[in-house]
Design a protein around this ligand. Structure first.
Ligand code: 5GP
Length: 187
């Protein structure tokens, strides 16, 4: 990213259960010029998740090989699984001058800040910690995912939210999206 290249990297971070996925999905529907980076993960697909749409689902072994080959722009371990941003597509999109969104956790967001200091980093907060806990618990009941681990990580992530350029509270969905649109297009 430079003065003669208007491509923008937008990092969206926030605790599990905060509703990042819904916000990002609506944002992409409304602004087809925005690209979403599809991450790789070693976690099991949730019901309804589609390969190469939601994630590239990989074995731990293949993921570790990709780390060694430096295929990821950043990667992190989260609740016992690996997650990573494939490098090539993001770099290509930025070079073309396009907008690209990364929806990633805190460790990855910090790594991106080092690699691309111009990236706009946005943190999505829940209206209250109680509501977030309830949402993480109800998701955990339906899956193998570790509720306790996700809750603990959520608290740590929220404590670090001041590191971000902007914090948006996902209380009213439309208000949150409008704030995100302003952050992406008006700055
Ligand atoms: P989930 O299992 O709920 O889909 O994702 C767990 C966490 O991993 C979320 O906070 C999500 O934003 C994050 N995540 C997804 N993809 C990536 C990635 O490529 N890199 C990093 N660092 N985090 C990711």
């Amino acid at each position: 990213m430079s003065a003669d290249n208007p491509g923008k990297l937008i990092v969206i971070t926030g605790p599990s259960g905060v509703g990042k996925g819904t916000i990002v999905r609506l944002l992409l529907q409304r602004h087809p010029q925005l690209q979403l980076s599809i991450s790789a993960t070693t976690r099991q697909p949730r019901p309804g998740e589609i390969e190469a749409v939601d994630y590239y689902f990989m074995s731990k072994e293949n993921f570790e090989t990709a780390i060694a080959k430096r295929d990821f722009l950043e990667w992190a371990e989260y609740a016992g699984n690996y997650y990573g941003t494939p490098r090539t597509k993001v770099v290509e999109q930025i070079e073309k001058g396009n907008y690209i969104i990364l929806e990633i956790e805190l460790v990855g967001a910090r790594a991106i800040a080092n690699i691309f200091p111009d990236a706009r980093r946005i943190f999505i907060l829940p209206p209250s910690i109680e509501e977030l806990e309830q949402r993480i618990r109800s998701r955990g009941k339906n899956s193998e995912e570790s509720t306790a681990q996700r809750l603990e990580i959520a608290r740590e992530e929220i404590a670090a939210s001041d590191e971000f350029d902007l914090k948006i509270v996902n209380d009213d969905l439309e208000t949150a999206i409008a704030q995100l649109e302003a952050a992406i297009f008006n700055s």
